[in-house]
Structure formats: structure tokens, C-alpha cells
Design a protein around this ligand. Structure first.
Ligand SMILES: *Cc1c(COP(=O)(O)O)cnc(C)c1O
Length: 405
């Protein structure tokens, strides 16, 4: 799953090249940097590897989402339709630009349920933001159709799905803009970092300025840059970009190991007829960072989680339904609008409303789903052992249930 498992000589070499010049900043200092531009080089590599026209690096995946929203003109009063199963960063970014997160159900793709999106559209809807959770795409065809019909922006939160595809194109490059995170547990890591990808020149130019205090980056002298609009500092450093540069060169290796390990685990779990797997929309290609599997009922799933815990084999497997970071059921701070400062009354009202909103369709999926992270480091023996133990734990629970019945 995470690139940090493969940290080594290549990353050290790239970082040392930056340390040799001491120019840790991505802009300016043209002479002393001796032609070393790690952030620029990484942006170029991202456009080539993922097939988009423009890439703007940022300090994190969260700031990449904020930047993309600002560059797309999403702000106060605008509603963004997003899923109720995601990482907290997705709604943090929405709130940061003054927009209103409208959370809706997911389906067995573990991403936005298109019918729920349709039902949530209002005159204030500005954007649909699918989150391609756990390595696999949302039904982008259906979502794009809704966007075209209602003239909405499509922004892809692809932070967890580096290397996954939809109809042959990389996730994150299909909507009006898309983002990756390069935080420490993502498929490739910079320690902290992110990127906005787009094929639209104006979105790129705005993202470029927004992440650097609104600088227009037109002059050779930073001090003489103009500020066509107000920005922030969401810059990545050269040290972080250097790590990312070494990592992106290893992406194909990461993905092929993930796929091999994931398929082997899937084959083993498939021998249990009660186990099913997350749905991948037609034309979708899973990056296999996780294997997400489902059991027939919530009770069985909880029993399997308990059994795995008791056997000491739960590490690396996640029951998101009762996890504090990823599912609406546990986001009390969001539902109570607990912020450190006043927020726009529209935003506050929308958040408080979430407390009485039911997500039954999502509960029905999430309460039965376990995601197992796929390690790049498993030996064949470890992988087999893990699979055998998981299958045995599930069979034991199923057997016990049968005896009860
Ligand atoms: C990791 C992640 C982000 C952004 O995270 P950062 O830690 O800020 O880089 C955004 N959305 C999702 C779904 C994520 O998993």
C-alpha cells in the first residue's frame, strides 16, 4: 500500500542533491540552485505518468483540494456533493473555502451512489466531488452525465487512488480537476505533499498562484511579481519534492506488487462463498492498495472482526464502520459543527442538519465491509499465511453461526 515501505537509496540521492545546494525552496535562487528544480521536475513527471496537461504540487492532499476548489471558483454559498465515506480531509477542504458539504450515500463501489447524487442536487449545487476510496473508481460515467446535465463541476478526490484508472485514463485527470495526496501512508509519498491535476490552463495558472500567496510567477525577480488575486502558502518544499521524484519512478513496481498480492489474497477469500467484494464500475481498474471484502450481515462482520482481533490478525484490516476517521457515523465534530472560530451560518446549518440525516444505504454496505491493506513487503509465504488465517477465522465464525441456528 504505502510507498514508505520502499524508502531507500534513490530517495536519499534525490534529497542529498537538494542538501548539497542548500536551496530548500522551490522558487527563485536560480544561480545557487545549480539547475536543481525538484518540484518542477516532479510536476513534469506527474503530467507524463498520469497523462494530464498540468500539475501543481502543494503542501498536502488537503491543501491540493482547497486549491482546486479555489481555482475552480467554488466558494461561499456553493454546495459540493460528496460521499459520507471518505477521509476527513475531503470535508475540511470544502469548509475551508466557505462552501457547504452535502454528504450523500455510497453504494457497493464504496464511492458515490449516482442516484443519491441526483437526489441531492439543489439550485446551489456547484460541484460533485467523488472520492475514489481505497484504490478504486467511482462511477465517473454516470457522474459526468449528471454534471453535464446540470452544468456542474466535477472534482475528483483521487488522494487514495494513485495509479487506478477509469476507461484507460488515470483517476484524478478525468474531471475538471483532480487531486492526489503524497502523505506518509499513500501509494507514493513525499512525507507530506499533494498535487492538483487539470487539463485546463486557467485552473492550473490559478492553482500556481494560489499556492504561493497569489504570485503571478511572471518575472525573474520574485520581489517584482504581481498579485492578481489573494492566495495562501500551500507550497511544497524541494526536500519533499525530491522524495516524491524518487517515488514516482517506482510507481509501476509498487502497482505490480500490489496487484499480485491483492489478487492472491482475493483468490483465497473467494473460496468462502459468503464473501463478496467491492464493486468496480464498468471500465474501472483498481490500484489494489486495499482488498475490500463484504460479508452477508453486520452481525457476521462484527463477529469476524472480533475473531480476527482475538487471533491477533486484525492489524492491517480496517472496519471503517466504527473507525473515527472515515465514516459519518463517528464524525461528531462535524455533525456538531465544532470549529475553533465562527463559520458562515449557511455552513453551520448544513452541518447541524447532518446529525439527523440517515445514511441507511451506506450503513448497509459499510457495516458489512472490511478493507485489508495490501503490503508491498509480504513474502509469498507471509501472504499465504495471512490468507489462510483470514479464511480460517471467517469459516470459524460462519460455523459457529450455523450451530446457533
Ligand atoms: C489522504 C487523503 C486526503 C488528503 O490528505 P493529506 O494527508 O492532507 O495529504 C484527502 N482525501 C482522501 C480521501 C485521503 O485519503
Amino acid at each position: 500500500m504505502p510507498g514508505f515501505e520502499f524508502f531507500g537509496e534513490e530517495e536519499r540521492k534525490e534529497v542529498n542533491e537538494v542538501l548539497e545546494t542548500g536551496i530548500l525552496m522551490r522558487y527563485g535562487f536560480d544561480g545557487p540552485r545549480k539547475g536543481r528544480w525538484k518540484a518542477k521536475e516532479l510536476e513534469q513527471a506527474i503530467t507524463e505518468v498520469f497523462g494530464c496537461k498540468y500539475a501543481q504540487l502543494t503542501s498536502s492532499g488537503t491543501s491540493a483540494l482547497t486549491t482546486a476548489m479555489a481555482a475552480l471558483g467554488i466558494g461561499a454559498g456553493d454546495e459540493i456533493i460528496m460521499p459520507c465515506f471518505t477521509f476527513v480531509a475531503s470535508f475540511e477542504a470544502v469548509l475551508s473555502v466557505g462552501a457547504i458539504p452535502v454528504l450523500v450515500d455510497i453504494d457497493e463501489t464504496l464511492t458515490l451512489k449516482p442516484a443519491a447524487v441526483r437526489a441531492a442536487i439543489s439550485p446551489r449545487t456547484k460541484c460533485i466531488m467523488p472520492v475514489h476510496m481505497c484504490g478504486s473508481p467511482a462511477d465517473l460515467g454516470a457522474l459526468q452525465e449528471i454534471c453535464n446535465e446540470h452544468k456542474l463541476i466535477l472534482l475528483e478526490d483521487a488522494c487514495q487512488s494513485i495509479g487506478a484508472k477509469y476507461k484507460g485514463r488515470s483517476l484524478g485527470t478525468i474531471g475538471d480537476a483532480g487531486t492526489f495526496s503524497f502523505d506518509f501512508v499513500k501509494t507514493i509519498t513525499c512525507a507530506e505533499g499533494g498535487v492538483v491535476m487539470t487539463n485546463k490552463e486557467d485552473v492550473y495558472v490559478k492553482s500556481d498562484g494560489y499556492t504561493d500567496h497569489g504570485h503571478d510567477h511572471k518575472g525573474i525577480d520574485r520581489g517584482a511579481d504581481l498579485h492578481p488575486f489573494i492566495g495562501y502558502n500551500y507550497r511544497i518544499s524541494e526536500l519533499h519534492a525530491a522524495v516524491g521524484l524518487a517515488q514516482i519512478r517506482k510507481l509501476d513496481t509498487f502497482l505490480s506488487i500490489q496487484k499480485k498480492n491483492c489478487m492472491a489474497l482475493r483468490d483465497a477469500l473467494s473460496t468462502v462463498p459468503e464473501i463478496s467484494f467491492r464493486e468496480v464500475p464498468e471500465g474501472g481498474e483498481d490500484s489494489c492498495t486495499f482488498l475490500s471484502w463484504l460479508l452477508p450481515t453486520e452481525a457476521l462482520t462484527k463477529a469476524v472482526v472480533e475473531e480476527m482481533k482475538a487471533q491477533g490478525i486484525l492489524a492491517g484490516s480496517f472496519y471503517w464502520y466504527s473507525n473515527n476517521w472515515h465514516y459519518i457515523s463517528k464524525w461528531d465534530h462535524l455533525k456538531q459543527a465544532t470549529t475553533l472560530h465562527n463559520i458562515n451560518p449557511d455552513q453551520k446549518a448544513a452541518l447541524l442538519k447532518l446529525a439527523d440525516t440517515k445514511f441507511e444505504a451506506s450503513d448497509a454496505v459499510m457495516s458489512r465491509c472490511i478493507s485489508t491493506a495490501i503490503s508491498l513487503m509480504w513474502t509469498e509465504e507471509q501472504r499465504k499465511d495471512k490468507a489462510e488465517k483470514m479464511v480460517a477465522a471467517v469459516r470459524k465464525v460462519l460455523q459457529a453461526q450455523l450451530q446457533q441456528a
